[in-house]
Design a protein around this ligand. Structure first.
Ligand SMILES: [Fe+2]
Length: 134
């Protein structure tokens, strides 16, 4: 489970809200994975992961718009980081993962969660600073 921390704030309200929403969606996957009583768990996990993917696309697009407007100097390389992440998420064939492969799902979720946090702290904070400085 991921816990939102103040140190993740980039100082731009919309971006911070979107990051919190991404973490909320990711946590729903973790909760479902740990819920041993839920029936048809796998379908729901795939559904939430799809939602996570779609919201990530929306969020990246929003962030890239702000970077462009602020003429953020590293906007092109930052956009490539977004594209690389999405390519990795797209490459996961969830329909091929069956219910017994919980460990694989946890691995996917850990990759997504770790990437998000590292990206927010390492990169998006610099974007926030540039957007605020306009
Ligand atoms: Fe970003």
């Amino acid at each position: 489970m991921l816990q939102w921390k103040e140190e993740y704030e980039v100082g731009v309200v919309e971006i911070d809200e979107q990051h919190q929403k991404l973490i909320d969606i990711a946590n729903r996957v973790y909760e479902l994975m740990r819920n041993e009583l839920a029936l048809d768990k796998y379908d729901q996990i795939v559904e939430i992961l799809q939602e996570l993917k779609e919201y990530t696309v929306y969020h990246f697009h929003f962030e890239e718009g702000l970077m462009q407007k602020a003429r953020y100097k590293k906007r092109f390389s930052h956009k490539i980081l977004h594209q690389e992440f999405l390519a990795q998420v797209e490459a996961v064939d969830l329909s091929a993962v069956d219910e017994n492969q919980d460990a694989y799902l946890i691995q996917i979720m850990d990759f997504i969660a770790n990437w998000l946090i590292d990206h927010i702290v390492g990169e998006d904070k610099k974007v926030g600073k540039s957007v605020r400085a306009q």
